[in-house]
Structure formats: C-alpha cells, structure tokens
Design a protein around this ligand. Structure first.
Ligand SMILES: [Zn+2]
Ligand SMILES: [Zn+2]
Length: 327
C-alpha cells in the first residue's frame, strides 16, 4: 500500500518536476545504463501520463465551446509555428546539430519547442539520438518493425523506461543551465501558452465580439486541438515513416520517404533521406521534395539568426542508391 502511494505521489510530482526521482541531475556517472532501462521497458506509467490522456479527452470540448474561424486560424498558426520548432529546433538542431545559432537563438528554439508539450529539448533530442543509434534493432525504443505500429506511434511515449531524459546522450547541450531548466520543468511553457491563448480569447470576446470567440473556445481549439494534432503529426515520423513510402537509399533500417508526412511535419517525411545522411539541415534532398522547415531556416540564415547550415555532401548523394547505380 505504501509503495503504491509513494509511486502515485511521485507520478504527480513528475507532472511538475520531470526530473524528480531520476538521475538526470546527478551527471552521467550515476545514470542508469541504457541496457538497464531497456530491460524494464514497455510498462505504461498511467499516473504520470494522466495529463497526456486528459489532453486527448479534452478535444471533446469542441462540441461544448463551438466553432469560430478565428479559433481555427489560431489552432493552425500554433500548429505550424510549433511544428517548425520541433522539426528545425528539437530535431535538426538539438538532436543533430545540423546548423548553428546563438545561445539566445538556441534558448528561444528550445522554449518554442517546449510549448508543443512534447517534453523538454534534452529528453526529446536524447531519445531521438538513441533511435538513430539503434534504428529498427531490438533496442530501438520506437520501431514499428520491433514493437508494432501502436507502440512506435504512441506507446513508447507512455513507457516508464523512456521517462528519464537520458542525459548521457545529450551532454553537449545538458551543460547549459537554461536548457536543463526547460527540460526539468517541461510543463511550464505549455501552461504559459495555454493561459495566454485563453486570455487572448477573453480579450477578443471583450474587444471584438463580432469574431464570435471566447476564452474557453480559444483554449480548446488554439491549445488543446492544435497540440493533439501536433503530437500525432510528429509521431507519424516514428511510425508511418518507417512503414509507408519509397526508399531511395539502402539504409540498414526501414525508413521511407513520404510526401504526405513531409507536408504535415514541414519536411520530416523525407525520413529515408534523413536516415541516410542525418547531419544535414535539409531533409528534402531535391527541389521537388518539399521541406518547409528548411526554407524557413534558409530565410533565417539570410538575417544571420542561424548559420552554417550543413549541406548534403555530393558523395553521400551517390552512395547506396536504390533508384540508380551507386557511384
Ligand atoms: Zn527513424
Ligand atoms: Zn533524426
């Protein structure tokens, strides 16, 4: 009984302090080995993930709060902005170091990424590095080949053994205290965004009643619905992009190139390209492979906000080709 109480209270504390009871703040020496965390894998921590489940259920409030064009526009805008922060920030910058930016730029990207409620930048990028180290092998934490579609899409996020930030895989960024803060208190930015969206709705109801919105409607559409689409848009890269699409390069994994996923994730659907050459800032390797995140990064580089965007070396383009004779 005492053990259950202790576990439940830790789960609730972790809603607010995601490093509570982990070895994240004690350096790599004390960190659990990856093998150990894999050994006890695939146990869903329901107490800890209750807010995640609750957020999904809250989508049903759309029937209660009604619809307005301004609420839908806010939802789409917040989807696009936050998807950019996940793909260009969490993924291409923090996981792969595909370009450079200032410390302020790095922090802003991390904070914007955190607003997507997909945990902190260190957690996200470390788990993704782990995926590249073991793609579609038994150790892979989200492989549809190993654990099935459901697990690769969403199960792994709920898994007790994937809760810790795996700091040992992201030491290069874990040295920044501001990133450690965002990672540890990963609920902070999403809550701030939720409150801001609500207040925006209240302000519109007061000063622009003709738009037909209010605080609750804006919260449900602008934050809840937008965030849920953002989850499943991002998750398709781990599930569907290893199942559906074409393979240009003979990578050791099952990664595929998929236009639909590239469109909903602003460029991440060129996943076979990405597994073939992970370090580049672009994932669409040809002009016809739409990669919106890369276009935005190119634009930001014109203004000196980001720089040293890593290209795909010519040699890599010719290696292990399945669609033509290898160079
Ligand atoms: Zn992958
Ligand atoms: Zn990657």
């Amino acid at each position: 009984m005492q053990a259950i109480l202790k576990r439940s209270s830790l789960a609730v504390i972790r809603w607010f302090d995601s490093w509570a009871g982990t070895t994240n703040d004690k350096g790599s020496a004390a960190a659990e080995t990856l093998t150990a965390s894999v050994a006890k894998a695939r146990t869903i921590d329901w107490g800890r993930v209750a807010p995640f489940v609750g957020l999904h259920l809250s989508c049903l409030f759309v029937f209660k709060v009604g619809f307005s064009w301004v609420a839908l526009t806010t939802a789409i805008t917040l989807y696009v902005v936050r998807m950019f922060a996940i793909t260009a920030g969490y993924h291409r910058y923090f996981a792969h170091r595909a370009y450079r930016t200032s410390r302020v730029g790095q922090f802003l990207m991390a904070a914007l990424g955190a607003s997507a409620a997909q945990r902190g930048p260190l957690w996200w990028a470390a788990h993704h590095r782990h995926h590249h180290m073991h793609s579609d092998e038994p150790e892979d934490i989200h492989s549809p080949k190993q654990q099935g579609v459901f697990w690769s899409h969403i199960g792994w996020v709920l898994d007790r053994s994937n809760f810790r930030s795996r700091i040992e895989l992201i030491k290069d960024f874990a040295k920044f205290p501001e990133l450690r803060f965002l990672d540890r208190f990963d609920i902070l930015v999403p809550v701030l965004l939720g409150v801001s969206v609500f207040l925006f709705g209240v302000a519109l109801e007061t000063w622009a009643p003709g738009l037909g919105t209010n605080g609750w409607q804006m919260l449900v559409w602008g934050f809840v619905v937008s965030t849920i689409f953002l989850y499943h848009g991002t998750f398709t890269v781990n599930s569907l992009a290893h199942l559906v699409g074409k393979r240009r390069f003979a990578t050791k994994d099952t990664s595929r190139n998929n236009l639909f996923i590239a469109l909903i994730t602003l460029g991440e659907g060129w996943h076979n390209n990405h597994h073939h050459y992970q370090a580049s800032a672009r994932q669409g390797f040809y002009w016809w492979e739409i990669d919106v995140s890369y276009y935005i990064l190119r634009t930001l580089s014109v203004f000196g906000i980001v720089w040293d965007l890593r290209p795909v070396p010519k040699r890599a383009m010719g290696l292990r080709r399945l669609d033509q004779k290898s160079a």
